[in-house]
Design a protein around this ligand. Structure first.
Ligand code: FES
Length: 484
């Protein structure tokens, strides 16, 4: 809620935070959310708990979804939050799983999130330790200015005043598809747009002179979006230059303007699986080694596709974002195997057929999309380690995939400037638009645990695209996201 509530609206009011809940209530919510897997990075969770704790049970899913309209959870896909709410609020709460090894759960979470991760009540209660939590009280504050550097002051307010405010907004500029389709007679074509990773904790770091900067992801992988976040080097440089501890803080608007996006693509694939996948690249050529790794990952899932780099004007892009490029290739390869005759966008919806994707790391997902949109997911990723966490990440990946195909995208103007600067403008599916998801977790054949949710992400995207009649461009339907 703090993300969307201007402080001026709180003038003269009392605010109760999670710390103000009675102890037994805090414990009940923490236990329920850990048991369901309804909290991953945990950044959204205290606000959601306060919203749900104000309800009186029993509650319907509709009531819960209505309550969650003001919130954004990017990680979990809502279903496990609903399950936790029923467990606390309803007399008919489902039995909770027995004792778990939370170290094994954290190991599974780290594989799925891509960085070390914690699982436990402290995460739910906001005590996972976020980047700015333990910054020295006397540190200077640095926020981005309009010239590509930082305004520095004693307080956040003073630094923001000095930097000049960038107003958060949604725009009427339409979504674009900046990468032209390859020439050819294709069975399927696909054009995608700029997609915001939309991790909820904005980039932040702090450093003392001569010290090591705080990591911008203390609990949560940001879907790869912070892997090369500049705040780390910026905090070190400013602390050394100013000989004072410095906190570097990006606002939501800063993150949207400066952080990397999923690269837009334009692709064509023939019925035999051969084709061309053109990838939009902004900010100069890609490092040879990095590009070679992208080519290898695509070769593992769609060996008939050839990759091309296409320069585009726009925000930075990153191949570190969840399954970037190989998921697009896997979607094309899976869809063309199952596609009926006809051109892209002129086909009957395909539902009820299993769609299989095996990711470059060996994680395997089989997804079936029913006529009502419900998803049945089977995921195999080596030893499960913790079924609650693997299931939670699978549902979160499904949510992200459904948004990617159906509703997500940010507008970029002809000069390459991002125009959608609010969380609500990204097109992320709200809880009420999320279909029922069933997940079965298996060990698969491998003896080593591997990431499974990225394969789920690609398989759900392919299944949803088939169900949408293989529309030639994404997003296919912005209506489910409650975009404002
Ligand atoms: S757990 Fe909700 S945003 Fe990460």
């Amino acid at each position: 809620m703090a993300c969307v509530t201007p402080v001026r609206r709180l003038d003269g009011r009392d605010v109760t935070t999670l710390e103000g809940l009675p102890g037994p209530d805090r414990s009940a919510w923490a236990g329920a959310l850990v048991s369901s897997g309804g909290s991953q990075c945990g950044f959204c969770t205290p606000g959601i708990v306060m919203r749900l704790a104000a309800l009186e049970g029993p509650v319907s899913d509709d009531r819960l979804d209505q309550s969650l309209l003001a919130h954004l959870c990017r990680c979990t896909g809502w279903q496990t939050i609903r399950e936790a709410a029923h467990a606390v609020l309803d007399a008919t709460a489902a039995p909770r799983p027995g004792a778990r090894d939370l170290d094994a759960a954290a190991a599974r979470a780290a594989l799925e999130g891509g960085v070390p991760q914690r699982v436990g009540p402290d995460v739910v209660l906001g005590d996972a330790g976020f980047a700015d939590d333990d910054a020295p009280a006397a540190a200077l504050v640095a926020v981005p200015d309009g010239d590509g550097d930082y305004a520095v002051a004693d307080t956040v307010a003073a630094a923001r005043t000095a930097a000049g405010k960038v107003q958060g907004r949604s725009t009427t500029v339409p979504l674009g598809h900046p990468v032209a389709l390859p020439a050819g007679d294709w069975a399927l074509t696909l054009a995608t747009t700029w997609v915001e990773p939309a991790y909820v904790e904005p980039d932040a770091s702090w450093c003392i002179p001569g010290g090591e900067p705080a990591s911008p992801y203390r609990n949560g992988g940001a879907f790869g979006g912070k892997r090369h976040s500049p705040v780390v080097d910026d905090a070190r440089r400013l602390a050394d230059e100013l000989d004072r501890p410095v906190r570097v803080l990006w606002s939501r608007e800063d993150v949207v303007r400066r952080s990397p996006k999923r690269p837009p693509v334009g692709a064509g694939i023939a019925a035999d699986g051969t084709g061309v996948l053109r990838v939009g690249i902004s900010g100069g050529p890609v490092d040879d080694d990095r590009w070679a790794a992208v080519v290898r990952s695509v070769g593992a899932v769609a060996p008939g596709l050839t990759l091309e780099q296409v320069p585009v004007d726009g925000p930075p892009v990153s191949f570190d974002l969840r399954a970037a490029v190989w998921a697009e290739a896997a979607v094309l390869a899976a869809a063309v195997r199952l596609a009926p005759e006809g051109r892209s966008g002129d086909r009957v919806p395909v539902v009820g057929i299993p769609v299989e994707v095996v990711g470059p790391g060996g994680g395997r997902a089989v997804v079936c999309c029913g006529p009502d949109g419900a998803l049945d997911i089977e995921v195999a990723a080596g030893p499960v380690l913790d079924a609650v966490v693997l299931r939670s990440y699978a549902i979160g990946a499904a949510h992200q995939a459904l948004g990617w195909v159906g509703s997500e995208g940010i507008a970029v103007d002809p000069d390459g400037q991002v125009q959608d600067l609010t969380v609500r403008s990204f097109g992320i599916l709200q809880a009420r638009a999320m279909p029922a998801v069933t997940v079965r977790c298996g060990d698969g054949e491998g003896s080593t645990p591997v990431n499974g949710s990225d394969a789920v992400f690609a398989a759900v995207a392919a299944a949803r695209w088939l169900a949408d009649g293989l529309a030639p461009s994404w997003p296919t339907d912005r209506s489910g996201a409650g975009r404002r």
